[in-house]
Design a protein around this ligand. Structure first.
Ligand code: HDD
Length: 688
């Protein structure tokens, strides 16, 4: 199904209908200038004679060129590289007891959403699979105005106070003298920041974990990070944290694969999302909420206002409250994905802020940044940013104003217009800020309760499986191995020592510094199983399998496998040396999807070597084929083959004994075990 046909998906959705008014289709139309004048010629500028100078009079040339010269806008200062999709959100049951937010009341209501995923550090043209935090920003177009949940795929943040955000960002962006490295934290300034701002210790552990190299946007959790507040119609408030839980589970790449992908397909994540939606494999997330009663604010060993802390799910359960489905790709990247403007301050009645000092600073930054990025104060009028409910106020004029406000009055209070537009009472839906009592002296200080930087870093470490711990250790060795300053490396190892001595020793050994002695690591013994990806959903749906085959392949076996995979929602592609259709040993032709040159094992979740003696022997003679299988194996992916195909596996260095993890030799065409192996995603027991 082609979801870009806006008459299909989401056609009933109010946002989609609103956007229809702005969608343009050139089919069967004549070429015109922006003034609507039909153009008779679009290849030659107006000249004084065929070999003469171009004339100033050529308004068509001037208009076309001027527009082109100004096609670019500044990229986002952070989260520049992103990809988005439309969808809808539905609540499972009314949340009236906790919040009066309209979109969380009625299970029969579907609220349109637009979600943009992003990397943080890289520029707009950087690779998708770099080690980084991923942005997860959702705009809910509710009947009470737009609500933006502007989160990340990691539940904590580097810093506790927004005043430090410019410093953090300057440290991880390319270094200012030479603009190197792009989209990477593996350099001196970032690690210098970490070493000297130890509130980052917890986030540092997450950033070195597999969470920072997701397999797909569709397989990431999302978190609101801050503590927000739900307020119900009785005016009662509760502290809350938001979670997005992917139905497909949380899965990651391996680091070597992530790096190769950055070259083989820098668009890996965006293409994955785009194709899944085009195919009708709509990604889904459940919305979860953790709640803490106000009276319990001080009953935890973390401060609920501290954005470097999680609320362990085992301590504060996540209540699943609704589901989001992404079901339509944007029609135009720039108009929608690039121009969408999120802001944590876009709230609706029933959702309010807390005094988290990071959140408070964000409430300033987002509108401010759109002023230069989108060129003025009217960016709310850009179609993707418009609410689906009416909006009226006395704000006027400014760059690119589109609204035509009628009448002479543009002020409040007035009598000439009957005091319209007039403020709404709370009963009429007017937003009333939660009446939290605040008092205090003006100070530039951090609360004592924010000063424990290591307990939760240790809690995270305690929660990891052995394999995840190995990955974290290697990630530190990689990142710090790229740092030039020995002093910075030494300082970071000292920070790690405050988390875990053994980890610090292993990192130190890998990067040529001494493991510090006498630093007492955190004594935290708690772990949170929910933080480990080992405990996630493991299902085969939407995985991608490469089937290697050449002339003489076993046609019956391949078509049987293709059907079995399809029945489980797995996509398969035929890969061969050239794009010329291949013939099975039964004499039937099969289309080839990719060649061994255009594809690569890192683009797939699993590989299968088709049977047929001639096919296998041809593949054995092609270096790219053995490399393909070898890499899939060394990236711990499921590897399958017919009995005949095992010859290629052996040539590729794959262990084929009956107990080899995730290596499946299909018996009698039965692919169940292979599908099980694909569902496992990775086979860590393999020694490679
Ligand atoms: Fe931010 C963009 C998420 C802290 C200032 N941020 C941005 C985006 C996401 C986040 C997902 C991209 C939105 C999009 O797709 O357009 N930011 C976060 C999270 C944070 C966080 C989860 C911590 C919990 N951010 C943060 C702070 C500040 C900013 C502390 C400044 C005080 N963020 C910005 C920004 C951006 C932005 C400069 C750049 C582009 C934009 O806003 O629209 O204003």
């Amino acid at each position: 199904m082609n979801n870009n046909d806006s008459s299909k998906n989401g056609a009933e959705n109010k946002k989609n209908k609103q956007l229809n008014a702005f969608r343009v289709n050139n089919k069967g139309k004549k070429l015109t200038t922006n003034q609507g004048l039909k153009v008779s010629e679009d290849e030659h500028s107006l000249k004084a004679g065929v070999r003469g100078p171009t004339l100033m009079e050529d308004f068509h040339f001037r208009e076309k060129m001027t527009h082109f010269d100004h096609e670019r806008i500044p990229e986002r200062i952070v989260h520049a590289r992103g990809y988005a999709a439309h969808g809808e959100f539905e609540v499972y049951e009314s949340m009236k007891e906790y919040t009066k937010a309209g979109f969380l009341q009625d299970p029969s209501v579907k609220t349109p959403v637009f979600v943009r995923f992003s990397t943080v550090a890289g520029s707009r043209g950087s690779g998708d699979t770099v080690r980084d935090v991923r942005g997860f920003a959702t705009k809910f177009y509710t009947e009470e105005g737009n609500y933006d949940l502007v989160g990340n795929n990691i539940p904590v943040f580097f810093i506790q106070d927004a005043l430090k955000f410019p410093d953090l960002v300057h440290s991880f962006k390319p270094e200012q003298n030479n603009e190197i490295p792009q989209a990477s934290t593996a350099h001196d300034t970032f690690w210098d920041f970490i070493a000297n701002n130890t509130e980052s210790a917890h986030m540092m552990m997450w950033a070195m974990s597999d969470r920072a190299i997701p397999r797909s946007y569709r397989m990431m959790e999302g978190f609101g990070v801050h503590t927000f507040r739900f307020v119900n119609d009785k005016g009662e408030g509760r502290f809350i944290k938001f979670h997005w839980k992917p139905k497909l589970g949380v899965h990651s790449l391996v680091w070597d694969e992530a790096q190769r992908l950055a070259g083989k397909n820098p668009d890996f994540h965006r293409q994955d999302l785009y194709e899944a939606i085009e195919k009708g494999d709509y990604p889904e997330w459940e919305l979860g909420v953790q709640m803490i009663e106000e009276k319990d604010e001080f009953n935890f060993n973390f401060d609920v206002l501290d954005p470097t802390k999680v609320w362990p799910e085992e301590q504060v359960p996540v209540k699943i409250v609704g589901k989001m489905t992404l079901n339509k790709n944007p029609d135009n990247y720039f108009a929608e994905t690039e121009q969408v403007a999120f802001h944590p301050g876009h709230v609706v009645p029933g959702i309010d802020f807390t005094n988290d000092p990071l959140l408070q600073g964000r409430l300033f930054s987002y509108t401010d940044t759109q002023l230069s990025r989108l060129g003025g104060p009217n960016f709310h009028e850009i179609p993707i940013n418009r609410p689906v409910c009416p909006f009226h106020n006395n704000q006027r004029e400014g760059m690119h104003r589109m609204t035509i406000n009628q009448g002479p009055v543009a002020y409040h209070k007035n009598s000439l217009d009957n005091n319209d537009p007039s403020p709404a009472t709370e009963e009429e839906g007017g937003y009333v800020h939660y009446q939290e009592k605040v008092e205090g002296r003006k100070v530039r200080q951090r609360s004592e309760s924010f000063k424990d930087h290591y307990s939760q870093a240790k809690l995270f470490w305690n929660s990891m499986s052995d394999v995840e711990k190995q990955h974290i250790t290697k990630a530190f060795r990689f990142e710090l191995g790229k740092v030039k300053s020995k002093s910075v490396k030494q300082q970071v190892v000292e920070v790690i020592s405050h988390v875990d001595t053994a980890l610090a020793e292993q990192v130190a050994a890998g990067i040529g510094v001494t493991a510090p002695e006498g630093i007492e690591p955190s004594r935290e013994t708690m772990s949170s199983p929910a933080l480990s990806q080992e405990n996630t959903v493991k299902a085969p749906a939407t995985r991608k399998v490469a089937i290697l085959a050449e002339d003489g392949f076993n046609g019956e076996e391949v078509s049987g496998l293709q059907t079995a995979l399809k029945n489980q929602g797995i996509t398969s592609e035929i890969i061969s040396e050239t794009l010329t259709p291949i013939s099975s040993r039964e004499g039937q032709e099969l289309q080839v999807d990719q060649t061994l040159l255009t594809s690569d094992s890192v683009l797939y979740d699993a590989v299968y070597v088709a049977g047929g003696a001639d096919s296998v022997s041809t593949l054995k003679g092609i270096k790219e084929a053995t490399t393909f299988v070898n890499e899939a194996y060394s990236h711990y992916k499921a590897v399958g083959a017919s009995a005949e195909g095992t010859e290629l596996l052996a040539a590729a260095g794959v262990e084929t004994s009956s107990n080899a993890a995730g290596v499946v030799i299909l018996q009698g065409g039965n692919s169940d075990e292979f599908i099980q192996a694909i569902a496992q995603h990775r086979h860590w027991a393999r020694q490679v």
